[in-house]
Design a protein around this ligand. Structure first.
Ligand code: NDP
Length: 367
């Protein structure tokens, strides 16, 4: 068992302890510690919120300290499970009061897509940093409003792009940037899964803002950009629907899309809610290739190049993501692939263009 002296020595507070009672030394230590830890509240205690909470148990720099939920029974369960104090629990009506809570630094918005904008702006106005799930919003206009609100409030806005911190992804990106594949000229992104329950919010246009594109398709858009290391200048897209009952008007089942880049590189991508185990990135250049399959699932990610397999330890993506986001907020660390609001906006501009291309059949210019 740790003795009082060991405890104070480990905390570097033994000198302080000479002049302070034990309890005061303890609070000095917790103050020092808490200054270095990002204290996070999760908003939306659904399936992904739960995954993030579990992953955060292994974080050293980020700590789950609060919840915002519309379901009182979940709040009770989370209080017990994660040791969350009652004073850090809110609902969607009163969460603005979080501005008076000095024990919460950031809110991770993990609600359905159409709520990302109002919830993120509400959090920003309460003076807390915003981590928002993908897609950042329903369209670019909403994304710009979120960026402006966070800027006005002087808080960070980050998007839950967990792959931006994944070791094998970063290795491939570094190789691409170093020219190991030569001039990269082609990217293929295949993103899909078979969606179940037809009554879920993901198939409700009001809440989802679309269909597969707003959910899984965003990975291929985002992946094309970070794998090629440039921004597209045009988009074409085609929609296919095999089940118009399940996938109603405005809810896309499958979209294929193509993007052209300033270097001459092209991307060919597929987003679908009708095929399982579809999760592949492929990049080819004048000298070689990189292939990732699975490429964006919860892992382990598999990656290889023309030189052979890429090895890296699998760490739960959301654990690494929250550690790195804490370092961005607390230390000003700059990630290799950005995760800020501007990065989220770039994807939304492309989403808008893809839907416009589907509607019009035209090639949509992005410049
Ligand atoms: P869930 O349906 O499992 O959870 C969403 C939660 O949001 C609900 O449980 C509920 O929590 C809250 N909520 C508030 N208002 C509503 C409403 N009107 N309808 C439904 N739920 C509501 O969804 P997910 O957790 O799977 O997805 C949430 C977000 O996370 C989405 O934007 C999605 O794209 C993103 N996501 C990201 C992933 C990634 O890998 N980065 C993976 C999966 C999802 P409460 O009862 O506590 O209020």
């Amino acid at each position: 068992m740790t003795s009082r002296r060991d405890f104070l020595q480990k905390a570097g507070l033994s000198t302080l302890a000479v002049s302070l009672p034990f309890t005061d030394a303890l609070s000095a230590m917790s103050l020092e510690r808490e200054d270095k830890v990002l204290r996070v509240a999760i908003m939306g205690l659904g399936s992904y919120g739960t995954r993030v909470a579990e992953a955060m148990k292994d974080c050293k720099r980020a700590k789950l300290v609060g919840v915002i939920s519309g379901t009182p029974s979940k709040i009770e369960a989370w209080k017990q499970k994660y040791g969350i104090p009652a004073k850090n629990c809110y609902n969607y009506e009163n969460y603005h009061q979080i501005k008076d809570n000095p024990d919460i630094d950031a809110v991770y918005v993990i609600t359905p897509n159409s709520l990302h904008k109002p919830h993120s702006i509400g959090v920003a106005k309460a003076g807390k940093h915003v981590i928002c799930e993908k897609p950042m919003a329903l369209n670019a206009e909403e994304g710009r409003e979120m960026i402006a609100a966070c800027k006005a409030a002087g808080v960070h806005l980050m998007v839950g792009y967990r792959m931006h911190f994944e070791a094998k992804t970063l290795e491939v990106v570094k190789k691409q940037r170093a020219g190991e594949f030569g001039k990269t000229l082609f990217f293929q992104g295949l993103s899909g899964f078979m969606i179940g329950d037809p009554t879920q919010w993901r198939l409700n246009r009001e809440l989802a803002g679309g269909g597969s594109m707003m959910d899984i398709g965003v990975y291929s858009i985002n992946g094309a950009r970070y794998m090629l290391g440039e921004e597209p200048i045009w988009v074409t897209a085609q929609e296919v629907k095999t089940d118009p009952v399940k996938f109603k008007q405005g809810v896309d089942e499958t979209i294929t899309f193509q993007m052209g880049f300033p270097s001459g590189a092209v991307a060919s991508c597929l987003s679908t809610y009708s095929m399982n185990n579809l999760d592949k990135f492929f990049l080819n250049g004048t000298k070689g290739f990189a292939e990732m399959q699975p490429s964006t699932g919860y892992g382990p990610i598999q990656a290889r190049t023309n030189q052979g397999p890429i090895e890296a330890q699998h760490i739960t993506h959301q654990t690494t993501q929250m550690e790195e986001m804490a370092a961005i907020i607390l230390d000003g660390k700059k990630p290799l692939i950005p995760v800020d609001g501007e990065e989220g906006l770039k994807d939304l501009v492309i989403v808008d263009a893809i839907y416009e291309a589907v509607r019009t059949g035209a090639r949509i210019s992005l410049i």
